[in-house]
Structures are given as structure tokens and as C-alpha cells.
Design a protein around this ligand. Structure first.
Ligand code: NAP
Length: 179
């Protein structure tokens, strides 16, 4: 199964972000319930390895992390661009991603070497052009008050022609006091 760990967004932030990409032509805007911030992408794992990953995350003791947005960005080749909200690399967020990565590596999982650039993808498969440029430019100063993410999850991704569907397999509350 195709798996990834991601922070779950507070409902207010998800609602605010979900509307932004809906007006773009083509592509697939993610619904409020699908928005997430990927911490680690695991790729295809068989069931025993998936269980090891789930256990490794279970043992992690951590508190909520602040999410502070820094505008929008787009990424990818023309004709299949994605639009995302840029998230500030706050120490708490980087620390959680790093600690989870260490636990997963300790459990023998091999993770992609891609540098962690915190973001929340809002839409995929976009053609690009003036409409996309306008939305990015209009939200250059997007910087709502930081909000705390209070859980992360282990998600399964089901690939379909019009985009992926996500299924949350496990939820991991971030319950230690906020620092
Ligand atoms: P996915 O590939 O299963 O990815 C799930 C999550 O893991 C996403 O948040 C993704 O980050 C992240 N991720 C994937 N590979 C990663 C890697 N190597 N390193 C770090 N993080 C990684 O599901 P998906 O991204 O939702 O979409 C799957 C495919 O469907 C994509 O190839 C996409 O181009 C295609 N698609 C097509 C259309 C269309 O209209 N034709 C629409 C949507 C999607 P990101 O958030 O950065 O992607």
C-alpha cells in the first residue's frame, strides 16, 4: 500500500485554504477533508512494514506544532502544476518531522532523500497560466495568525486518473504541552 505520514489541519485553516484553488481551470482542487502537510512519504509498503511504521510513530511523544503560512507557490511542469500554501519552517514543525524520520529510519524504513519543504498542496494537475499566476500574486501576503496542529496521521493513498484519494489509517494526537 502507498503510505505517508501527514499533519492534520485544524478545521478553520482547512476551510480557509480549500476555497482558494476551487476557481482554477482544469486540475483537481483538494477538498477541505483531504488537505494535509506531508511529514514523510513512505511509498509502497507491504503490511508488515506498514505496521512497523505505525508502531514507530506510536512511540513518538510530542506536542502540537505551530503552522504559520507564508503565501502560495506553484510547482511542477507546465500543464501539470500544483498549487500549494507555503508553511514556515518553524522549529517545532522541523523537530517533529526530524524525530518521526529518525524513528522510521530506526525501524528500518527507507525514506526519500527529498529535502523537507513544508507545504500544503491545494490543487494538482493544473494547466497554469494567468489564472494561477493571479492567485499566487493575490496571496503573496497570505499570513493568517499561526494555528496549532494537534495531530498527525498515517494515510493510505489510492491513485486514480483524476487524483489520489486518501484514507486515514491511524491518528496520533500531539498531546504534550505546547512549547
Ligand atoms: P501521492 O503521490 O500518493 O502523495 C501523497 C502525499 O505524499 C502528497 O502530499 C505528496 O506531496 C507526498 N509525496 C508524494 N511523493 C513524495 C515524495 N517522493 N517525497 C515527499 N513527499 C511525497 O498522491 P498525490 O500527490 O495526491 O497524487 C498522486 C498523483 O496523481 C500525482 O502524480 C499527481 O500528479 C496525479 N494527479 C493528477 C491529477 C489530474 O488532474 N490528472 C490531479 C491530481 C493528481 P505533495 O503534496 O507535495 O504532492
Amino acid at each position: 500500500m502507498r503510505l505517508f505520514f501527514a499533519l492534520c489541519l485544524p478545521p478553520g485553516l482547512a476551510a480557509q485554504l480549500a476555497g482558494l484553488a476551487e476557481v482554477l481551470p482544469g486540475g483537481h482542487a483538494l477538498g477541505e477533508e483531504d488537505l494535509h502537510l506531508t511529514l514523510h512519504f513512505l511509498g509502497e509498503l507491504d503490511e508488515p512494514r506498514a505496521e512497523e511504521a505505525a508502531w514507530a510513530a506510536e512511540a513518538l511523544q510530542a506536542g502540537p506544532v505551530w503552522l504559520r503560512l507564508q503565501g502560495l507557490g506553484s510547482y511542477g511542469a507546465r500543464g501539470r502544476l500544483s498549487l500549494h500554501a507555503v508553511v514556515a519552517p518553524e522549529p517545532g514543525l522541523l523537530g517533529l518531522q526530524d524525530r518521526l524520520g529518525s524513528r522510521l529510519a530506526g525501524a528500518g524504513l527507507i525514506l526519500p532523500r527529498r529535502r523537507f519543504r513544508p507545504h500544503i498542496t491545494l490543487a494538482r494537475g493544473l494547466r497554469g497560466g494567468p489564472a494561477l499566476d493571479r492567485i499566487v500574486a493575490a496571496n503573496i501576503g497570505l499570513s493568517p495568525p499561526p494555528v496549532a496542529a494537534r495531530s498527525f496521521g498515517l494515510f493510505r493513498s489510492w491513485l486514480h486518473a483524476d487524483g489520489a484519494r486518501y484514507e486515514r489509517l491511524q491518528d496520533y494526537p500531539l498531546v504534550l504541552p505546547l512549547s
